[in-house]
Write a protein that binds this ligand. Sequence first.
Ligand SMILES: Cc1cc2nc3c(=O)[nH]c(=O)nc-3n(C[C@H](O)[C@H](O)[C@H](O)COP(=O)(O)OP(=O)(O)OC[C@H]3O[C@@H](n4cnc5c(N)ncnc54)[C@H](O)[C@@H]3O)c2cc1C
Length: 453
Amino acid sequence: MADRRALVVGGGITGLTAALDLVGSFDHVELRESDDRTGGKLRTSAFGGVDDVDEGADAYLLRAPHASELATRVGLTDIVSPTGATASVWHDGLHDIPGGLVLGVPSKIRPFATSSLLSWRGKARAAIEPLLPARDHGDALGALVRYRFGDEVQDRLVDALVGSIYAADTDRWSLASVPQLAALAESHRSLLMAGRRRPAPPTAGGPIFGAPSTGMGGLARATAAAAVQLGVEIRTATSVADVVPDAGGWRVDGDRFDAVVLATPAAATAAMLHRAAPDAATALARIETADVIMVRMLVPDWPERLGGRSGYLVPKPDQRFVTAASFASQKWAHWQPTNGDQLLRVSLGRDGLPVLHLTDDEVTDTVTAEVGRHLDLDLQPTELSITRWAGAFPQYRPRHHDLVATAERALPSGLAIAGASYHGIGVPACVVSARTAVATVKQSTGTADGSLT
Ligand SMILES: Cc1cc2nc3c(=O)[nH]c(=O)nc-3n(C[C@H](O)[C@H](O)[C@H](O)COP(=O)(O)OP(=O)(O)OC[C@H]3O[C@@H](n4cnc5c(N)ncnc54)[C@H](O)[C@@H]3O)c2cc1C
């Protein structure tokens, strides 16, 4: 029998995981990545005298075990978690985030009632939530929360928290793609009552996030190294333009493969699929993205009054360009510049707030002015780096899952899509999506029993 050949396109964490999982079921597993490095949105580099500081993602959720399982599988044992410093919201000053929230939705009355973040009028509006009848919200998270709790809860809590995770405008965001909130909305007419009755999360008491001490870039590096060790051929600086049907398999830039996993962002995937699966390509081309800039900076003379905080989020009505700032040396014990400066990671931009037009000088001026104003500090960073993430976050608009289902149904056998654009943006979801795509192509190419292992 001829060699069974599998190709993965895209060398982010999804593609690297997929390549690892294809080994054993195919004689030849190859990964092609357009950039000159693998890792995609995971990138870690030295900054401010600290060896490994993330330029993008800095942690994965531990509640979903898939990223930590991957870390273990690729030999990473030194896993760190945030210090326990707490996040704040900026609204004319820093406010503690009240306890008992489910992604911004109140589930306990006392901490909410005593919070300084909301006005008495906002709290009174939220208090009538259990009395309101059910109403269809068309899968729009913002519409649901505005109706049930009012604008302050939506703007200062839910949009600030969920929006900052996904660079989203949650008035245009799918409720179904935030499973914890979708579950609340499904279980009870009142979100507040549903939140109060919700069982404690399984990780209660333990850390919620983890990361390799070498950063999230370290996870990508170790996954790539493990794949290479198992025989995967990784070709960087190799962009794939097209996937074309070829006698029961696929031809990609002149080479034939039995199975192809496209682990690229939806727009790139759509461009590759226009001949092999035009209906899937049309659906995927509709998935939009938001751009983000991440600025790392070293700030001397950090005031004691800001101790104990891990950073802050800026609600949409208060945003200019900065959407969040992490006090990274307070959030992570191992990110301590030798001279005692504070390391900050500041995010700019989201859906509806474009930032990629800003020059380096404009980014620098904007960040120092805005963060300085938020913190009432004359910020004079001693070191600063700027990372531009074009297409950083796919935007899961209402009915996103229908769009993805349409695309997946239109995919021919032996071809699968995976990655942050589809069933979850966080790294654990990317890992799951890689595994699902690999299982799909193994099934459709008759290699599901892993007989080559
Ligand atoms: C600033 C930022 C902060 C984040 N923070 C977190 C966090 O704290 N925790 C968390 O869990 N997640 C976080 N995320 C999300 C998470 O990092 C990403 O969703 C995830 O890394 C995406 O992985 P991926 O492999 O699906 O896609 P990508 O990383 O985008 O990889 C896709 C790869 O495909 C390549 N490619 C594209 N077109 C082609 C082509 N034609 N041919 C060949 N290759 C191609 C690209 O170069 C890229 O390397 C963050 C993301 C950003 C941007």
